[in-house]
Design a protein around this ligand. Sequence first.
Ligand code: NAD
Length: 354
Amino acid sequence: MKIAVLAGDGIGPEIVAQATKVLRVLAKDGLKLEMEEAPFGGAGFDASGDPLPAASLKLAKEADAVLCGAVGGPKYDALPRAQRPEQGILRIRKELGLFANLRPAIMYPELVGASSLKPEVVSGLDIMIIRELTGDIYFGEPRGRRDNARGEREGFDSMHYAESEIRRIAEVGFLTAMKRGKKLCSVDKENVLETSRFWREIVIDVAKKYPQVALSHMYVDNAAMQLVRNPKQFDVIVTGNMFGDILSDEASMLTGSIGMLPSASLDANSKGLYEPSHGSAPDIAGKGIANPLATILSSAMMLRYTFNQDEWAYRIEAAVKSALAQGLRTADIYEAGTKKVGTQEMGDAVVAAL
Ligand code: NAD
């Protein structure tokens, strides 16, 4: 298993160092993996004037999976658009054909107090949102400004989904549901949008291959409401780019802390880019206080979704739970009565638990 490690900027190198430390422990224990680092984002720009240097892209293409920290920072904010660190992320997603974004929202019992919802609504929560990442109204053409028939200026975008795009994301939805609770909810706006009507038709067709999975459909407005009313009714949600963008952010906040949230972006062969859901947190970079758990949990997702090593993934997740159960907390999840630790100590605690 060859992993390209692109730590990036800000807290990126600090949190990625903890995840690679965890992976190295597993390697000593028999997991066969190789890791190679390369500059990316602002660090890529500093090294070679490009947020996605050619050598880093080559490494990412040759690897089986990519582990990223985060990119960006005030130092790079004034650069022209093409050289901004965030362009590196968009380009690598495109270059690697990463069309499926998986974002779990898991409530750890120890962190129930961090959620803005009542404990009984969120305790035990474990859902997975799968967002299509490369199509929909975000990329549809034509788009732009024009004069409409009444001679008034208007802005417009185009929503469309090709059958192949819906089929491949639906497959990811069903396969993910098969690995979990075998319940899939497809979210659309079928009562209003032609694109959604087509989406639903194709999802129903793909479902024939997966009779073990209970498929349901929900309108996006209702899904937004149900996520805060009764989120535990969901197991896996699959949806388009725009609906998924909004719902995955909503779901992530059910769990209270951005420092705990991993993510995966997969291609058609389950090659993936794994990264925490948060950014490079320039406000705390270099202070040794960032929460490394989202990145460590991203490496667990890598073992599960790219390498099909469920048992190793489970070991990492159990070690994270154990560190939390011991009362250890980084500053972002700290509550009175727990023990505040830094980035490295939290990584060490996960290693010790492993
Ligand atoms: P951010 O996620 O970096 O930070 C938001 C807040 O959350 C900050 O207060 C930060 O200190 C805190 N935070 C984030 N991660 C944390 C962690 N692991 N532990 C503890 N606290 C944490 O979002 P932002 O401030 O809007 O963006 C900062 C930079 O990150 C920008 O340059 C932005 O473009 C970039 N960004 C990159 C990615 C990516 O690499 N995929 C994603 C989002 C933002």
